[in-house]
Design a protein around this ligand. Structure first.
Ligand code: CO
Length: 217
């Protein structure tokens, strides 16, 4: 029988709240009144990639959207609403699309695994796989193909973010907003900048093309 009581989580929560309050007695009252994060994180749901911890950011500092394989689909109302709220209301200055090496969703796309319902979602990564089929074929090993598809998937999603109306409108009214593509390594806990940062409308395709070329080199 699995332990159905989650009392340890409540105990840990109390300990955490107490330690935060000890360090800063006004922390929760200040934060309850206002959130003003500078960053939107779009990452994988993977439990090994906790955005606040690996960036050292505290509650209130990072607005977050996560799904399997960090995909940005133009028809996904959930993701679009998050981007809209982050850009138009919170006025974040940076959107970070962060993938990770060894991603299960990317692996499923690469191997063509049949997992069930989640395949409907992974189809978006399969699109990236098929778009770069020749380059992936050219990789010597499966590990190399995995690494490249993880990176290419991030780059394609950066482009999708840049093409949303919300982001294009923000740029056309001169709002400071940059979109970044990063990859996280489970092996050493380090983030890698894929050098695909886009700062203004019109440079998105160019930046992504440059990044794709770098990844495929
Ligand atoms: Co993943």
């Amino acid at each position: 029988m699995p332990d159905s009581s989650l009392s340890h989580l409540f105990a840990q929560n109390r300990a955490w709240a107490e330690s935060v309050t000890r360090d800063d007695p006004t922390f929760f009252t200040t934060l309850a009144a206002l959130q003003a994060p500078r960053y939107l994180w779009i990452g994988c749901s993977d439990s090994r990639v906790p955005p606040n911890q690996l960036t050292g950011l505290r509650p209130g500092e990072l607005f977050v959207h996560r799904n399997v394989a960090n995909v940005v689909v133009p028809s996904d109302l959930n993701c679009l609403a998050t981007i809209h709220f982050a850009v138009d209301v919170l006025k974040v200055e940076h959107i970070i699309v962060c993938g990770h090496y060894g991603c299960g969703g990317v692996r499923a796309a690469l191997e063509g695994q049949r997992l069930g319902l989640v395949n409907a979602w992974i189809g978006h990564v399969e699109d990236v796989r098929d778009r770069h089929a020749a380059a992936l074929e050219a990789c010597a090993t499966f590990d190399e193909r995995m690494k490249r598809l993880c990176e290419l998937n991030v780059i394609e999603q950066v482009l999708h973010v840049c093409r949303t109306l919300v982001v294009r409108d923000a740029w056309s009214r001169g709002q400071a907003l940059a979109v970044h593509g990063w990859a996280y390594s489970l092996h050493d806990g380090l983030l890698r900048d894929l050098d695909v940062t886009v700062n203004a409308e019109g440079t998105a395709d160019e930046a992504c093309e440059r990044a794709r070329a770098a990844v495929l080199r």
